[in-house]
Design a protein around this ligand. Structure first.
Ligand code: C2E
Ligand code: MG
Ligand code: MG
Ligand code: MG
Length: 274
């Protein structure tokens, strides 16, 4: 009986695995088609000057207008894109689309685009960025590329980042403080902007020593600091007092389609009562 049960379990397990593999293939094909058929859309979230209360830039955040499932956030398909390598064509589309959008923005706010480690590893990545800027009509000085600590690994990446900077593009570390790497990469990799993860921003009003240390370190390295995930006016005040010039979060605006940016910019630049 024990043997029969074991065999049975084994059969079930295999069937289950097969189902998963089929589903995964199906999802991969759907995502591949979505990139080709332009089912992806970009939303933009303002990055604001905390002193002036004015928009300094916008971060492009990708969404998928799935024909059956509705609007999907990146959490539902970026991991699959990274597993399957589709992040490379997806990222290429994002960069080209965003450069075209940003070239039309009044007041020339900067454009921030997330870049995955696999994109950075592509031999032609620097040329791709140059082409996206040229074709979109966007000045390189208006582009910031956001990379995470986990994609900063070796000499190849360091060289590529140097080449991007020679183009005139600026570089940001995203989700700072959530990675596992040592801080020595800040010396090896040329960075301009440090985006402080929202897990630290949350403690802004609690006199957090860790947050103060991050700000002090960023300042001493000459980096522009951008705390992410600001939701409360008190957090914005505390972060400004700490010395952060820029900030990002739902308090100032959620990510919205390009068409809605004008309204957001007006709302954000209205003086905040304090
Ligand atoms: P991220 O680059 O750190 O982007 C910030 C995320 O925090 C966005 O989530 C944004 O909507 C969310 N957020 C902003 N302000 C607040 C706030 O005040 N409170 C809270 N709770 N959340 C806030 P989203 O759009 O779901 O994107 C999630 C992640 O997906 C991004 O994190 C980024 O890592 C990745 N991602 C998005 N677009 C792209 C892309 O085009 N390429 C790549 N490689 N990754 C992308
Ligand atoms: Mg980002
Ligand atoms: Mg982030
Ligand atoms: Mg992130």
């Amino acid at each position: 009986a024990a043997k029969a049960a074991g065999t049975n379990r084994c059969a079930l397990f295999t069937e289950d695995m097969h189902t998963h593999a089929v589903e995964r293939l199906d999802r991969r094909e759907q995502l591949e088609r979505a990139i080709e058929n332009e089912e992806l859309v970009l939303h933009y979230q303002p990055i604001v000057d905390l002193d002036l209360g004015r928009v300094a830039g916008f971060e492009a955040l990708v969404r998928w207008e799935h024909p059956a499932r509705g609007l999907l956030g990146p959490g539902e398909f970026i991991p699959l894109a990274e597993e399957t390598g589709l992040i490379v064509p997806l990222g290429r589309w994002v960069l080209r689309e965003a450069a075209r959008d940003a070239a039309r923005w009044a007041g020339a706010p900067y454009l921030s685009v997330n870049v995955a480690g696999a994109q950075l590893e592509q031999p032609g990545f620097v040329e791709e960025v140059a082409c996206a800027l040229a074709d979109g009509g966007l000045d390189a000085a208006r582009l910031v590329l956001e990379v995470t600590e986990s994609s900063l690994v070796g000499d190849l990446e360091a060289e590529r980042l140097q080449a991007l900077r020679r183009l005139g593009v600026r570089l940001a570390i995203d989700d700072f403080g959530t990675g596992y790497s040592s801080l020595s990469y800040l010396r090896r990799f040329p960075m301009d902007v440090l985006k402080i993860d929202r897990s630290f921003t949350r403690d802004a009003c609690d006199d957090s020593g860790l947050l103060q240390a991050i700000v002090a370190m960023g300042e001493s390295l000459g980096l522009v600091l951008i705390p992410e995930g600001i939701e409360e006016p008190e957090q914005a005040d505390a972060l400004r007092a700490l010395g952060c010039r820029l900030g990002q979060g739902y308090l100032f605006g959620r990510p919205v389609p390009a068409e809605e940016l004008v309204g957001i910019a007006v709302r954000v630049s209205a003086p905040t009562a304090s």
